[in-house]
Design a protein around this ligand. Sequence first.
Ligand SMILES: [Zn+2]
Length: 114
Amino acid sequence: MHELGIAQSALERALEEMRKAGCSRVSRIVLRVGRFSGVDAESLRFAFEAVRAETPAAEAALQIDEIPPTVHCAPCDADFAPTSGPPFACPRCRTWSGTIVHGRELDLIRVEMT
Ligand SMILES: [Zn+2]
């Protein structure tokens, strides 16, 4: 399960931030996940609950911010927000595009600790 590895590495990075800050508990981890990152938010939440046990993040909440996708259209040289797809059609010129600008992100953006 791919989400388990993601949860594990997010947890490790959060614990490292916590140690660097000289704190002893992690209270919240905020992840930014693009809709095309291939990550299922529910599975990730479930995996996180498994890996956080018996760590200083055992009580930590996991916040998952989903990023809406943005696709680039080369003929228009503009970005648009697709309403369906993939594949994506530019709303202006109807050209098909598969160039995803945003939506594949998977970042740890904030760790709250005490
Ligand atoms: Zn276009």
